[in-house]
Ligand binder design. Structure first.
Ligand code: MN
Length: 339
């Protein structure tokens, strides 16, 4: 448990030493990253420390109901002339996913980095770290952090923390759901966390345009029985014909993984910088992180990702191959081709 060693030193540092605090979710933040930043803003308000909350990318979100979400800035102009000595990152997995733009790089030279996360990472980055890979969400890490530091968790904090918990466990259905998750969720509900508001707002995130693109993704889905792998994909050129929303794409891979016919779902997506990004999802015993690592990536057992240089080529026999010449591409093609 990292809390016994790190929760108090981090709190003491923030309370007594930090002068300019910058809070960063990862780029293209998900509800857990955003609600973690919202949780931390409430906490810093409580201990009377000023901060700037900033996200390197603009974001569209289903967590607008969190009252202080509007305080997360995205215009780099707000960073100008500010001096930071401390950066807190949330849910980032990798430092580059938090410090993701030149403007952020410029203001974060010579700062102390505090990493709050629940992702596994091979590089144990951050000058101070509170990383608990057993935690269901980054907000859960913050729940424990606040408890260790005897910060009262009121209804605002409860709703923020519960948001990350519900989102990352997909309404308490995926493998990140543990006995401790439900225990903490019930404590947060007792403290005034508004579970009905959160569930309704998080679930109501589909659009007609988005669902039409879901049908395209379903149409492309195929199954490689040899590897018990289901594959589908998004091409760069799809953007010319459909409205594509990243959040809705995350929703579709979570939906597809519920299928009975495959052990693991691989969702491949061409990016604009000549790569193919893959995300692996399973509800079973398959080790997604193990496979992702062989393909140059990483992640959790149940959800992992990787990226290779290449392009998606559709094969006339209803499957795809990746055009590229790295070892990883070769390995990937062995998994996805139907021969
Ligand atoms: Mn998370």
């Amino acid at each position: 448990m990292p809390y016994t060693q790190m929760a108090k030193p981090i709190h003491n540092y923030l309370l007594t030493k930090a002068k300019g605090i910058l809070l960063l979710p990862h780029q293209n933040p998900d509800p857990d990253a955003l609600s973690s930043v919202c949780t931390f803003m409430y906490y810093l308000d409580r201990i009377g420390k000023p901060y700037t909350a900033f996200c390197g990318t603009s974001f569209k979100t289903s967590v607008d109901f969190l009252p202080n979400l509007k305080n997360i800035q995205t215009d780099p102009a707000v960073l100008e002339g500010k001096e930071f000595d401390t950066v807190c990152t949330f849910d980032a997995g990798d430092l580059k996913r938090a410090i993701s733009t030149p403007a952020l790089e410029a203001v974060t030279k010579n700062v102390l980095v505090i990493n709050f996360d629940h992702h596994f990472s091979r590089e144990h980055w951050g000058d101070m770290r509170l990383v608990d890979t057993d935690a269901s969400s980054t907000t859960m890490v913050l729940y424990n952090y606040l408890k260790y530091n005897h910060i009262t968790i009121d209804h605002h904090l409860s709703t923020c923390i519960l948001t990350g918990l519900i989102s990352d466990t997909e309404n308490f259905t995926n493998a990140a759901t543990r006995a401790s998750t439900l225990q903490v969720a019930s404590d947060l509900m007792r403290r005034g966390g508004n579970i009905n508001l959160i569930k309704e707002e998080l679930l109501k995130d589909k659009t007609i345009a988005g669902l039409k693109f879901w049908s395209v993704i379903f149409e492309r889905l195929y199954h490689n029985p040899k590897h018990k792998l289901a594959v589908t994909y998004v091409k760069k050129s799809d953007a010319e014909h459909y409205t594509i929303d990243e959040d809705e794409l995350a929703g579709v891979s979570n939906f597809i993984k519920m299928m009975k016919d495959a052990d693991v779902v691989l969702f491949l997506k061409e990016t604009h910088d000549g790569k193919v990004k893959g995300s692996l999802r399973t509800t079973g015993d398959f080790d997604c992180a193990g496979l992702a690592m062989q393909l140059g990536g990483g992640g959790h057992r149940k959800a992992a990702g990787f990226a290779v240089d290449g392009l998606i080529r559709e094969h006339k026999d209803g499957y795809i191959m990746i055009e590229g010449d790295s070892e990883e591409v070769k390995k990937l093609n062995e998994l996805i081709q139907l021969v």
